[in-house]
Design a protein around this ligand. Structure first.
Ligand SMILES: [Fe+2]
Ligand SMILES: [Fe+2]
Length: 370
């Protein structure tokens, strides 16, 4: 900190001013520099993701599964679950188009959403094939059901890219759990309420493959959330609180008798609120993000001590008491290493290499001259 006397002021007043002066790092990043670092990281993450997806997760909804061997006597509960999964995927064109519009300013995020949409359509194709292969739903029934569903349009719950990304973190994790537990039913490791024999290797493979896609989606959005927390901690913390507070699964207001579908999921142990949503989804996300406690994070934002940043904006400091910022930084560094390994191996590094850009703008961090 500057130790030269402040001209024409009493020494005690000079001391007082120095004590009250905000902590600032001389090398603070401007908002635009942080935005640039964020966007470059998203672009690197998108390219890494696409490369991995195309090399390790390619499959055909028609060719890759033995549809003729699909069980024809599944229980009513499993049929209800398959119908519900199919129904939710019918809003993919809306979800892809409307979210892509929200993130269209970002090359990496916009590109990812378009590719994400094509992967989600594979899921729709697979659930449709399951219904047809079950022998219990005719083509005409499926067409009528599809028409009914598509009369409604899914709209974004948030117009803000940060909140939408956090929304997708929750949605992807919850969806992954749905398919993992369905896979357990098809493997005979979990029974539906009617205790019917629903063992079906084809259904197990379908659910397994989709769950792997959902895990990859979750990972992309989780890494994105870490990047946002790293470069925009205050804004992202508030967004996380909002999304957790008002989250609702997509399709809840659009699918006929969604409550009955949700009840079946819960009764069959596929997805219930207490364990699968609160513990295995929300709590896991907080752990993955390095957020100790959401209530404490909320409180930290409310009783903040404000200091100005390099752009003159007032920043909150108590927020960082409930956020493991070092853990987030380690994750962002790891992501940069992973992206660099891909860029080196693929040859993309000769065009551009995504450098890790440290964010020193965290109140409470030691200043450079100390
Ligand atoms: Fe999906
Ligand atoms: Fe997904």
């Amino acid at each position: 900190m500057n130790s030269k006397p402040i001209v024409d002021l009493e020494p005690t007043i000079q001391d007082h001013i120095r004590e009250e002066a905000p902590e600032r790092c001389p090398e603070l990043l401007s908002a635009s520099a942080r935005e640039r670092a964020l966007e470059r990281s998203f672009l690197g993450l998108y390219k890494w993701y696409i490369d991995r997806s195309q090399r390790s997760r390619l499959y055909s909804p028609d060719r890759s599964f033995s549809w003729s061997k699909f069980r024809k006597d599944h229980s009513p509960e499993v049929l209800r679950i398959l119908e519900g999964f199919y129904a939710v995927e019918q809003f993919n064109p809306d979800v892809t188009g409307n979210i892509t519009h929200v993130v269209r300013d970002s090359y990496g995020r916009g590109g990812f959403q378009v590719s994400w949409g094509s992967e989600e359509m594979r899921h729709s194709d697979l659930w449709r094939n399951c219904l047809l292969a079950s022998g219990q739903r005719s083509l005409e029934w499926i067409e009528d059901y599809t028409d009914t569903l598509r009369r409604n349009e899914w709209t974004v719950p948030w117009e803000d890219p940060t909140r939408m990304l956090l929304y997708q973190v929750v949605q992807e994790r919850a969806t992954q759990l749905n398919y993992l537990h369905t896979c357990l039913i098809a493997k005979g490791e979990k029974r539906t309420t009617s205790h019917a024999p629903d063992v079906d290797p084809v259904l197990a493979e379908v659910a397994r493959v989709i769950a792997i896609d959902e895990a990859a989606h979750y990972n992309f959005f989780l890494e994105g959330a870490r990047l946002l927390f790293y470069y925009k901690p205050e804004e992202t913390a508030q967004a996380l609180i909002d999304v957790f507070r008002f989250y609702a699964m997509p399709g809840r207001d659009l699918v006929p008798d969604y409550a009955g579908f949700a009840r079946t999921l819960s009764e069959c142990g596929v997805f219930n609120v207490r364990q699968h949503y609160v513990v295995d989804t929300l709590q896991l996300i907080l752990d993955n993000l390095g957020v100790d406690n959401l209530a404490a994070l909320d409180e930290g934002i409310k009783r903040c001590r404000l200091v100005p940043d390099v752009d003159g904006k007032l920043r909150e400091t108590t927020l960082f008491e409930s956020l493991q910022y070092g853990k987030i930084e380690d994750s962002v560094k790891n992501l940069a290493r992973r992206i660099n390994a891909y860029e080196d191996e693929s040859g993309a590094a000769c065009l551009h290499r995504t450098e890790f850009v440290p964010n020193p703008n965290v109140p409470g961090r030691p200043r450079a001259e100390e």
